[in-house]
Design a protein around this ligand. Structure first.
Ligand code: ADP
Length: 177
């Protein structure tokens, strides 16, 4: 299983500028837009993405998308075929929500594979507005991708917005056997 896991690449930059088959959005359960990555994706991708999100809310996801789940829409004007929206958990010091964060990566890869995507870009889910410490977020992200066979996904690109996040992902990746 693990030998079919995608290769991991780290990039410092803006996820909306990536040219990949699928871009993962750190969405919220409303699917109707927000700040951070979500705001940037809707701004740059244009109204088509929001229109599909609204249609999802009007059909399968009347109550919104649950934490840890993922769903795809068009990527609008982004240089990608799909946006995969996933809802990360808000970080909590009283409750361990790591499994929900791992689920975001796993479910997004499952959706990407179902779409036939070969290359997928992820942000560091939950590490912005949702407050997850970057080092733990990086460990969960990298470990989960390494444990998930997602044929035909061959490349997972983590797109880190700032230098500290990039450095943290690099340190975590190089510390793993
Ligand atoms: P969440 O609500 O899941 O915490 P955010 O969008 O607030 O999601 O942040 C997730 C991570 O993405 C943070 O580390 C943040 O710095 C980073 N980020 C924000 N904008 C972008 C962008 N345009 N491209 C890549 N990463 C981004």
């Amino acid at each position: 299983m693990t030998n079919a896991a995608p290769a991991i690449i780290l990039v410092r930059g803006d996820i909306t500028e990536q040219r990949v088959d699928a871009i993962v959005n750190a969405a919220n359960s409303s699917l109707l837009g927000g700040g951070g990555v979500d705001g940037a994706i809707h701004r740059k991708g244009g109204p088509e993405i929001l229109a599909e999100c609204r249609a999802l809310r009007a059909s399968r996801y009347g109550k919104g998308l649950a934490t840890g789940q993922a769903v795809a829409t068009t990527a609008g004007r982004l240089d990608a075929a799909h946006v995969i929206h996933t809802v990360g958990p808000v970080h909590s010091t009283s409750e361990d929500r790591s499994e929900l964060l791992a689920s975001c990566y796993r479910e997004s890869l499952r959706v990407a594979a179902g779409l036939g995507a070969r290359t997928v870009a992820f942000p560091a889910i939950s590490t912005g507005i949702y407050g997850w410490p970057i080092d733990d977020g990086a460990r969960i992200a990298i470990r989960t991708v390494r444990e998930t066979a997602a044929d035909p996904v061959v490349e997972v690109r983590f797109v880190l917005f700032d230098e500290p996040a990039y450095q943290t992902f690099e340190a975590v990746l190089s510390a793993m056997p």
